[in-house]
Ligand binder design. Structure first.
Ligand SMILES: Cc1cc2nc3c(=O)[nH]c(=O)nc-3n(C[C@H](O)[C@H](O)[C@H](O)COP(=O)(O)OP(=O)(O)OC[C@H]3O[C@@H](n4cnc5c(N)ncnc54)[C@H](O)[C@@H]3O)c2cc1C
Length: 432
């Protein structure tokens, strides 16, 4: 049986950046186990590709996400420029459609400054200033963030994985963790083909499956999750430059982790609208509403017996979900939402669907959406669950925070024989 010091479950952007830090700082036998035939096949590739800058994140409720996004910006920028990965810093305008929403933008200005942003990074523009900048945009006001833009997180993940491999990390693809056997000293992971490996320590970065994996370690039993498919439509080239900046709108329901569809300028030059948030039964139901009958039944049982059922009594939630559902079956419904701020768009301008991705927010035992990532320690394991947006942006700094935490807990010794790194671990931790 193969034996490792540390095994990371999940070859997404989080598992891969953690493997990079560990292999740079330590001489350990490390592997990343990934169930697909390649890494970054799920949300780390299937996302909006937006480089976020935390003007809209509450510095208390979303402290880790905000700090990580702030610190990671320049880290990704360096990696992208050294490896010719697209990095388009075209900015984002978060728009208010009325005076009430404008108050949210004013709050964002305060939150942005609490998160370290300066007046060069964010400013509020009124409708006439916006008309000069984006003549086809119609709104009451907007918060313009110059640091946001677009990249390709799949390529960034692949590049980091190559650096990890150079440091000696093994990436074991087609390894789907099915069962976990824990002893007092180590963990045995048993894969769906019945092969197995042993590890002194396991880090769970399994994305949309991370809660299920944590439950295999008998952790987080009172929590449940939901899966929402985000769908996009690609704009025809004749209208793609109607607006040249990413456009986001102030969310209608701030208690739920969904944003209304945006106008996204992709790093490959295309423009898309999306994502909506359509409920599906698994983190990989990209093409249909249910994966198969048994998965659908198991998810429904989970919903009616678990903490999610409290959400079903919330009329705002039900209203939001039904609107999102409508925008999945009807392109016109999705375009109608964008028309509110770019009146010139029409359904026929969006002839093809873009690549969909699935978000998996976690529900607490009290029936609320959890706002931060959840970190939980097992006997010989550490789990990161609810690692949602803007998780791709924040991955390099957040994964350094995780390594630091494992050092503080005494799970990792003080590092020595460090290898040369593209990023400075101590500098990131000093600013954490
Ligand atoms: C629609 C959408 C839009 C988004 N937009 C943005 C954005 O614009 N900007 C931004 O910063 N963030 C965005 N995000 C969030 C960001 O993409 C995620 O936070 C990030 O990709 C999560 O990375 P991860 O490594 O945790 O998960 P993943 O990329 O899902 O990786 C987890 C991996 O674990 C593997 N795995 C799961 N179970 C097992 C198992 N049992 N055994 C072995 N392997 C397993 C999976 O196959 C997968 O490869 C978006 C997300 C979505 C879904």
């Amino acid at each position: 049986m193969q034996k490792y010091d540390i095994t990371i479950i999940g070859g997404g952007i989080l598992g891969t950046t953690i493997s990079y830090w560990l292999s740079t700082l330590y001489d350990l036998k490390i592997c990343v186990v990934e169930k697909e035939h390649d890494i970054a096949m799920h949300s780390s590739t299937r996302n909006s590709g937006v480089i976020h800058y935390p003007f809209y994140l509450d510095s208390k409720r979303k402290k880790n996400f905000a700090r990580a996004a702030f610190l990671s910006h320049d880290m990704w920028k360096i990696l992208a420029s050294e490896n010719s990965i697209p990095w388009v810093q075209g900015g984002t305008i978060e728009i208010a459609l009325d005076e009430e929403q404008h108050k949210t933008l004013e709050k964002y200005m305060v939150m942005g400054k609490e998160n370290g942003l300066t007046e060069e990074d964010i400013s509020i523009l009124d409708s006439s200033e916006l008309k000069k900048k984006e003549p086809n945009l119609s709104c009451y006001s907007g918060l313009y963030c110059t640091k946001e833009g677009s990249t390709n997180y799949g390529l960034l993940t692949k590049t980091i994985s190559e650096l990890s491999k150079n440091n000696g990390v093994s990436f074991l693809v087609k390894h789907n963790v099915k069962y976990v056997e824990e002893t007092s000293k180590e963990v045995n992971l048993v894969f769906s083909d019945k092969s197995s490996l042993t590890s002194d320590f396991v880090i769970n970065c399994a994305g949309g499956n991370s809660l299920d994996v944590a439950k295999k370690f008998r952790l987080l039993n009172g929590y449940s999750d939901l899966h929402f498919r985000g769908e996009y439509w690609v704009a025809n080239s004749d209208i793609a430059n109607l607006v040249k900046t990413n456009i986001y709108t102030v969310p209608r329901y701030t208690q739920f982790p969904f944003l209304d569809p945006h106008w996204i300028k992709r790093a490959n030059g295309e423009t898309e609208i999306g994502p909506n948030a359509v409920p599906v039964d698994s983190p990989e139901a990209y093409g249909s509403f249910i994966t198969d009958i048994s998965t659908a039944l198991s998810k429904m049982t989970d919903i009616v017996t678990g903490s999610t059922k409290k959400l079903l009594l919330n009329p705002d939630f039900i209203s939001l979900v039904s609107k999102e559902f409508l925008s999945s079956i009807s392109k016109s419904a999705m375009v109608e939402r964008v028309k509110k701020f770019i009146p010139a768009v029409k359904p026929e301008n969006f002839p093809k669907r873009g690549t969909s991705g699935i978000r998996t927010p976690v529900i607490s035992p009290e029936g609320d959406f959890v706002s931060e990532m959840i970190e939980v320690e097992g006997k010989n394991s550490f789990h990161i669950v609810n690692y949602n947006t803007p998780g791709a942006t924040g991955a390099p700094a957040y994964s350094a925070f995780v390594v630091k935490k494992l050092q503080e807990k005494g799970i990792l010794k003080q590092s020595k024989n460090q290898k040369e790194s593209i990023w400075d671990f101590n500098k990131i931790i000093e600013q954490a």
